[in-house]
Write a new protein. Sequence first.
Length: 236
Amino acid sequence: MTVDQKNELMRLDVVGVKDETPMIRSFELAAPGGNELPSFTAGAHIIVHLPGGYERQYSLSGDPADARRYRLGVLKLENGRGGSAAFHREIELGDSLSVSAPRNHFGLDEAAEHFRFIAGGIGITPFMSMVPVLKREGRAFHLDICTRTRAETPFLDELDRLVEQGVARFHHDGGNPDNGLQVEESLREVDLSCHVYCCGPMGLMKAVRKTSRHWPRDNIHFELFGSTQPAAKTGT
């Protein structure tokens, strides 16, 4: 694995590409020769340097126990011309990319015993690294998956299993938020000691923030992505 010591970048190969939905593609990155990658914790992200000089943050959506691959989920934005367009139009199997070491501003609270995850669209990605950790540790969680339709939901095989196990639920709104997850009703019966994590569109996060305004500040966590800004903000 080649590492740029000055900028602390790794050069990784694209070893897997999959169309999760018509608009979301997952990419698997690995070190040349299959060497182990720097470890990461649930909720972590990396900064990817893309053609055109773009730098974008992407959540690691694989199991942290997998030391040889990083998985990313990338949404193709309508009229996108930056990182989204570069990934979907230019990055192919066998290409290589420069990426940062994993960083985490959206980590699991070590003392929490129960978690409520609320994911909207591509916001499911950080939770895909959290779920396997909590399952191994035997800590309780519930995942609300909010998308327009089943066909627009990534990682379906994995999420279907969680739904079958009773720890997740799909909320397909068909493009009308009124038909989706009712945040206030969903959180009304959740104990205030529970830690709530939300990642998704601004409307969804605003609804969660409004509903949880009376909760302990440290128990509410939001993931907010920018180009190269810190990837998450906690509390209100």
